[in-house]
Design a protein around this ligand. Structure first.
Ligand code: STR
Length: 422
């Protein structure tokens, strides 16, 4: 029998931190989470309670603890019908069967082939593709920002680059990109009415089903075709599993890297002395990428894992059947891991920065090398082409989209050339 542990039974447990669906003050939220301790309670949109881990060391432990699983069937609030398809975040937690939602031996089978396609060695072979896309998008930027016009770096460069790269890898035709863009925008936004979100999820499902059907009929040189064609014993997946992995790869492969590029450019433009150090060769692009990942993580919160037993951690207990969020942005600001100035962007930190922004344990981001390759090619190429790049609005005016889990700005308006001195 499950025996709910209330906060009253866990002395010293602070009130839950309420996660603002509109993300009005992300820095404030991160600081509140840090103050609440390494393992604390949050209230997710819709009033759904969960635990969250905000400490680096505690997250390391929990992310390798096999008593925590991704199967929503193990969530007591789901079993009791308190959380249903009507919950706005359901698409993040129950996106269908894939490497994202499986554990143990099944997870290893589902993940193996996909992960092998994006190892550092395989990814290095994609360099020419990423360079060609980067060159084309830099031309697009130049055109959109000609004559000193402000241009949205996110829309013109940061969004199309990862979308083009992941589409190239998975075999998605560029003709589908505009619709996919609309669908993902509506999928992630907390302002989307739930009936509309469910329709969006259904359309995404149809979109990717058509891709799988087409690749079955006519395999191409892409990872989707390779997953379909895998031999028995070599990680063979059912069509349904290929579909799940394809959805996970496309969603994860663009959404997070858009933010990495935007957050890196924003950090450099608001820390000009550090930009200068990189351009002088006193600091590396590698340090820029890793420090951006730590300081302003693309993924604010990762939902959800479920406790299959009571789990003791940091002097508290996550009761069986409860849900756990991994709060990566707060984890990146853990002073015990990164020192007292953990909330400061500083590319001169001792390298490598041991951040956890790609996760840890069996589910660690399989696409880490690909996103690093994209950022390490795009950022130096951008600043080489536009050395006078600057923000076109004050940094304080930049706003996060109403997305609880993803750290994404509405836009990043920039000017390509320094204003002419008069
Ligand atoms: C979005 C909806 C979908 O069709 C499939 C997935 C599975 C992978 C998820 C993705 C989701 C949302 C963004 C995630 C990604 C894995 C990595 C990425 C959570 C639920 C991150 O933000 C870390």
């Amino acid at each position: 029998m499950s025996c709910p542990v209330t906060s009253a039974e866990q002395p010293g447990l602070p009130d839950p931190v309420v996660l603002d669906p509109l993300v009005g003050d992300l820095t404030g939220e991160t600081l509140r989470l840090r103050e609440a301790g390494p393992l604390t309670r949050v209230e997710l949109p819709g009033g759904v309670p969960a635990w969250t881990v905000t400490g680096h060391e505690e997250a390391r432990q929990l992310l390798t603890d096999s008593r925590l699983v991704k199967d929503i069937g193990r969530w007591s609030a789901w079993q009791r019908g308190e959380v249903t398809e009507q919950w706005p975040l359901i698409g993040m937690v129950n996106p269908g069967r894939s490497m994202f939602t499986a554990d143990g031996a099944e997870h290893r089978r589902l993940r193996a082939m996909t992960a092998q396609a994006v190892t550092p060695r395989r990814v290095a072979q994609m360099r020419p593709v990423v360079e060609a896309i980067t060159a084309r998008l830099l031309d697009d930027l130049a055109e959109a920002g000609a004559g000193g016009r402000p241009v949205d770096f996110k829309a013109v460069f940061a969004y199309p680059l990862p979308m083009a790269v992941i589409s190239e890898l998975m075999g998605i035709d560029a003709a589908g990109h505009p619709r996919l863009h609309e669908l993902y925008k509506a999928f992630f936004s907390m302002l989307t009415p739930q009936d509309e979100r469910l329709a969006v999820i259904a359309e995404l499902d149809q979109f990717f089903r058509r891709v799988v059907t087409a690749k079955k009929a006519e395999p191409r040189d892409d990872l989707t075709s390779a997953l379909i064609q895998a031999e028995e014993g070599n990680g063979r997946l059912t069509d349904e599993e290929v579909l799940g992995n394809l959805k996970a790869m496309v969603a994860a492969g663009h959404e997070t890297t858009v933010s990495l590029l935007v957050n890196a450019v924003r950090a450099l433009l608001t820390h000009p002395e550090q930009l200068k150090a990189v351009l002088n060769g006193e600091a590396t692009w590698d340090a820029v990428v890793e420090e951006t990942l730590r300081w302003n993580t693309p993924t604010t919160h990762l939902l959800l894992r479920f406790a299959t037993e009571d789990i003791e951690i940091a002097g508290r207990v996550i009761p069986q059947g409860d849900a756990l969020v991994i709060s990566y942005r707060a984890i990146g600001w853990d002073e015990r891991q990164h020192g007292p100035a953990a909330d400061v962007f500083d590319i001169t930190r001792p390298s490598p920065v041991r951040h956890m922004s790609f996760g840890h344990g069996p589910h660690i981001c399989p696409g880490a090398s690909l996103s690093r390759l994209e950022a390490r090619i795009a950022l130096p190429a951008l600043f080489a082409r536009f050395p006078g790049l600057s923000l076109a609005v004050p940094d304080e005016e930049l706003r996060n989209l109403p997305i609880v889990t993803q750290n994404e700005l509405y836009e990043l308006p920039v000017r390509l050339e320094a204003a002419a001195a008069d």
